[in-house]
Design a protein around this ligand. Structure first.
Ligand code: 13P
Length: 261
């Protein structure tokens, strides 16, 4: 069996509910100037829906790629306020974040909705970045692996290998999101290795070995390299620091350097 190609790190910026169209254009204009080396790292920005189309136009000639932050699983119809995978694709995005902990926490997303959204993303040719991760309470109760296992099962039941080969997973411990409290490289690696192990059990060695697993939670320029040097950490999903052009560019640069490990 030929070994799968090494996993190229992916740095994705999740802008959350931030940036007007004008601000988005300003940020991306600066990022295009600051990020020029894509040899060892892939880069994605995920603005709010309202800015997707304008940012897409701006990224036409760039290697920076575009993602949305959520999608609805139905294609069209009477679903007021929702945005389908087809519409996201139409706006120019190639990626979509699914099941972010803020969606699970504030908008009642369940294993079932995450699974449906992941399927819908794939159906529309979007790469889903599927988020999983435990809360502080769950970690303190030693339930981290149990929670991750349930989230993996919930999201990927009914998927085949070919589908899993199109997805990216993001491990985002909820206690590290927006808190400035980053998981140590060892804590993150332990969780990532666990996730890869479960994916291996379910979908085989080759699929698991090729799967990109991103870390998310208080990623900053000065903690990026140490995280990225861990064998099972293949990039980052960045919140706060992705809103600041110099920080995001620095994270991308540090991830690229660490990839040469
Ligand atoms: P922060 O980088 O702000 O902690 O957010 C992480 C996150 O939720 C990315 O999706």
């Amino acid at each position: 069996m030929t070994p799968p190609p090494p996993r190229k790190p992916l740095i994705a910026g999740n802008w959350k509910l931030n940036k007007t169209i004008k601000e988005a254009i300003e940020l991306v204009t600066l990022l295009k100037r600051l990020i020029t080396d894509f040899q060892n790292v892939d880069v994605v920005v995920c603005p709010p829906f309202t800015a997707l189309s304008d940012v897409s136009e701006l990224l036409m000639e760039s290697e920076i790629q575009l993602g949305a932050q959520d999608l609805y699983w139905e294609e069209k119809g009477a679903f007021t306020g929702e945005v389908s995978g087809a519409l996201i694709k139409d706006a120019g995005a190639a990626f979509v974040i699914v099941g972010h902990s803020e969606r699970r926490q504030f908008f009642h997303e369940t294993h079932d909705t995450v699974q449906k959204k992941t399927k819908a993303a794939l159906k529309n040719g979007l790469i889903p970045i599927v988020c999983i991760g435990e809360t502080l309470k769950e970690r303190e109760a030693s339930k981290t692996f149990e929670v991750l296992e349930a989230q993996i099962k919930g999201a990927f039941t009914g998927f085949n290998k070919e589908e899993i080969q199109q997805i990216t997973v993001a491990y985002e411990p909820v206690w590290a999101i927006g808190t400035g409290k980053v998981a140590t490289p060892a804590q993150a690696e332990e969780a990532h290795a666990f996730v890869r192990g479960r994916m291996q059990k379910a979908f085989g060695e080759e699929t698991a070995a090729a799967l990109r697993i991103l870390y998310g939670g208080s990623v900053k320029p000065d903690n990026t390299a140490d995280l990225m040097r861990e064998p099972d950490i293949d990039g980052a999903l960045v919140g706060g620091a992705s809103l600041e052009p110099n920080s995001f560019a620095e994270i991308v640069k540090n991830a690229g350097v660490a990839a040469l490990r």
